[in-house]
Design a binder for this molecule. Structure first.
Ligand code: SAH
Length: 411
């Protein structure tokens, strides 16, 4: 699948408006459309640029800033591959970048055969996510740049992992913002898309074609483990697992010795699989209640009924994809956290999360604190949680900190 790409030394440049070079000098990889002085159809220098093509980014004074992938339709007009003027953006660049990212996983503590090998910008590969589930790779190409270099990236991944199966899940909504159509299916190998994950001591089945994201929420691995441990350590008996997806936290709670776990998710297929995952681990179905329902309505009903729980997990979907949605999202987070704190027994534990890029860790802390005040509840905040280490944060890409969690113990 080798292709020859043009040498970027001869390539065209996007020149930025005065003052817009600051974030790039700090090695942040995004160039927003509003920062670009010369661009696309209006400018002869870039008129014939193809989506995903490599461009030079220059400051208003002509200083080289980086080599980037051009994205004509996106608000993020270019994503920087590299900040070194001598670097060529060619097959060997991608081979080396994939190798660096994959070998970095050896630094992290990952108790699973499912792990993220490449986490986009945080691994220097904007618009590319690659997860490994046992003998199968699943890749998501979500920018024009990663799309353009797909063939060379796929070759590099197969060669470096020694695997033969790679499935594409380029169906995230962000592709539309880049003007790219959805693309899914096998790029290498074939066979069943039903796979078995071993996480800690647990077996978790998934379908890489039908599941959310690439099939599973690998980023919550450490939180599931922490939850299991907490349930055991504190002897927590009755658990409410909100936004359960395929039951990862339910299996964690049962393996921690919980007597009964109620899981709620509005996706029927996710609940079906949660039932299967509980059985797969040898737990009696009588220890679980699986509800295909809306969490918000269920929490309100429990409060009305005077129900209580010893432990609650709140792991909702992204309420605020960007800071623009933060206000509305903040109200939604506050509401579910208020209800959850009301439902907890004194001494009970809440594991609560936000995976919204638009909500900072500080803001999330404030929202949860506000929920406690509204509920008339005081609580110890005993832990701040983040994504598992194979979903890394880096110093020059703060957006990498999308997942934040808090552990609270009700007084
Ligand atoms: N805790 C899970 C991941 C949760 S992802 C794990 O460890 O694997 C968020 C889940 O929320 C998705 O499965 C989605 O189907 C569900 N969801 C979204 N909106 C919902 C709602 N209003 N009520 C119930 N579930 C919802």
């Amino acid at each position: 699948m080798r292709r020859v790409y043009r040498d970027n030394r001869a390539m065209k440049s996007l020149q930025l408006k005065p003052g817009k070079e600051k974030s790039l000098l700090r090695r942040h990889p995004w160039v927003f459309d509003g920062a670009v002085a010369t661009d696309g159809a209006t400018d002869s220098a870039t008129r014939d640029l193809v989506a995903g093509e490599t461009v030079r980014i220059d400051s208003a004074s002509g200083q080289f800033l980086g080599w980037a992938a051009y994205s004509p339709q996106s608000k993020i007009r270019a994503r920087v591959w590299n900040f070194d003027e001598a670097q060529r953006i060619d097959a060997s660049f991608f081979i080396a970048a994939c190798a660096r990212s994959i070998s970095a996983r050896g630094l992290f503590d990952i108790q699973s055969n499912g792990l993220r090998l490449i986490h986009g910008e945080s691994d220097g590969l904007p618009g590319l996510v690659v997860d490994r589930y046992g003998d199968t790779l699943v890749a998501q190409f979500s920018s024009c740049g990663s799309e353009r270099f797909k063939a060379v990236i796929v070759d590099a991944l197969l060669e470096q992992t020694g695997l033969t199966r790679l499935y594409e899940r380029s169906d995230a909504s962000v592709r539309a913002l880049e003007g790219l159509p959805e693309a899914t299916g096998w790029l290498a190998g074939s066979g069943s898309t039903e796979l078995m994950l071993t996480e800690h001591d647990w077996k978790l089945s998934l379908d890489i074609a039908e599941g959310h994201k690439t099939g599973f929420y690998l980023d919550q691995r450490d939180s599931r483990h922490k939850f299991s441990h907490t349930v055991r350590r504190m002897g927590l008996r009755r658990v409410l697992n909100c936004y359960s997806y395929t039951g990862g936290f339910a299996v964690a709670a049962l393996s921690g010795g919980a007597e009964h776990v109620t899981s709620i998710d509005s996706s029927g297929p996710a609940i079906e699989r949660a039932i299967a995952n509980v059985a797969l681990n040898g737990f009696d179905a009588l220890r679980t209640t699986m509800l295909d329902a809306d969490v918000n309505a269920s929490l309100r009903q429990y409060v009305k009924d005077g129900a209580t729980f010893d432990a609650i997990v709140l792991d909702p979907p992204k309420f605020a994809p960007t800071a623009h949605h933060a206000d509305r999202a903040a109200r939604a987070y506050k509401d579910i956290n208020r209800l959850a704190l009301m439902l907890l027994e004194p001494g009970g534990v809440l594991f609560t999360y936000s995976c919204s890029g638009g909500i900072s860790a500080d803001l999330f802390h404030k929202i949860v604190a506000g929920a406690g005040i509204d509920a008339g509840v005081d609580a110890y905040i005993t832990e701040r949680m983040g994504g598992a280490p194979d979903h890394p944060m880096t110093v020059n890409f703060p957006e990498g900190e999308y997942l934040k969690g808090l552990v609270l113990i009700k007084k």
